[in-house]
Design a protein around this ligand. Structure first.
Ligand code: NAI
Length: 244
């Protein structure tokens, strides 16, 4: 008997990085997992690499109609989504005075509005079955802000307000909504940082190192597990002490 035997899990942006580590962990522990990235081919390839029980779907999660189609496809292929991990996210950094409208919209649409679409699409199945686990991936930047990341920080802070509000709406139906706020994690998103920037970051992290995708996946799996059945509307920082 494993923690997620037979559970249907959807991980947005599960093709790489943190999302992929989540998908791999859920697969190891018995779940049926759907991963979605923007492209069908990349998503299907990632699903094959992740292994048996994983299915890839292409979907731009910033597109409300596309998200509805995604949930119909996942339900038809795997069953209604029981555990939803809103992980997909992007950055378009820059100082506000030079930030383009496109970069404001893209980050808010992908990192924040997408959660409205996925949670709404998942609601019917979760309410019907009186069971649901939603984990939204925010960031230490959403808790404390950062120069050059006003769009990203606003989206990630918004995700926390969204999660607490939706948690209150569905708590009586055995649906929990929680947030994981990672610090600096070694993925493609942070791969572009120079040695110099990385060294400076490490000095600011009390534990002295960036985190790994698996360290985030472990926190996500805990919040999705029966061990967290009475936790909702919470924000779990997984950041080596950076946000203290
Ligand atoms: P990543 O860049 O390695 O992967 C992002 C994933 O999201 C990819 O699979 C990509 O295809 C997908 N994606 C992006 N836009 C999409 C869209 N419109 N529709 C569907 N899929 C889309 O990122 P990483 O580092 O794994 O980050 C995952 C999440 O964790 C993000 O929400 C990020 O903001 C958050 N995070 C990451 C931190 C880090 O240090 N890496 C720190 C704090 C939060």
């Amino acid at each position: 008997m494993q923690r997620f035997d037979g559970k249907v899990v959807l991980v947005t942006g599960g093709t790489r990085g943190i999302g992929r580590a989540c998908a791999e962990l859920f697969i190891r522990e018995g779940a049926k997992v759907a991963v979605c990235g923007r492209g069908v081919e990349t998503s299907e390839r990632a699903a094959r690499e992740i292994g048996d029980g994983c299915t890839g779907f292409g979907c731009d999660i910033a597109d409300s109609a596309a998200v509805d189609v995604l949930f119909k496809q996942v339900e038809a292929d795997l069953g209604a989504v029981q555990i939803l991990v809103n992980n997909a996210g992007i950055t378009h950094d820059g100082l506000l005075m030079r930030m383009k409208d496109d970069h404001i919209s893209a980050v808010l649409d992908t990192n924040l509005k997408s959660a409205f679409y996925t949670c709404r699409a998942a609601a019917r199945g979760m309410l019907k079955h009186r069971y649901g686990r939603i984990i939204n991936i925010s960031s230490v930047i959403g808790l404390r802000g950062q120069a050059g990341q006003s769009n990203y920080a606003a989206a990630k802070a918004g995700l926390i307000g969204f999660s607490k509000s939706y948690a209150a709406e569905v708590a009586s139906r055995n649906i929990t909504v929680n947030v994981v706020a990672p610090g600096y994690i070694t993925t493609d998103m942070t791969a572009g940082f120079s040695e110099n920037v990385m060294e400076k970051l490490k000095e600011r992290i009390p534990m002295g190192r960036p985190g790994t995708p698996l360290e985030i996946a472990d926190a996500v799996a805990f919040l999705a597990s029966d061990a967290a059945s009475y936790i909702t509307g919470a924000v779990l920082s997984v950041d080596g002490g950076l946000g203290m």
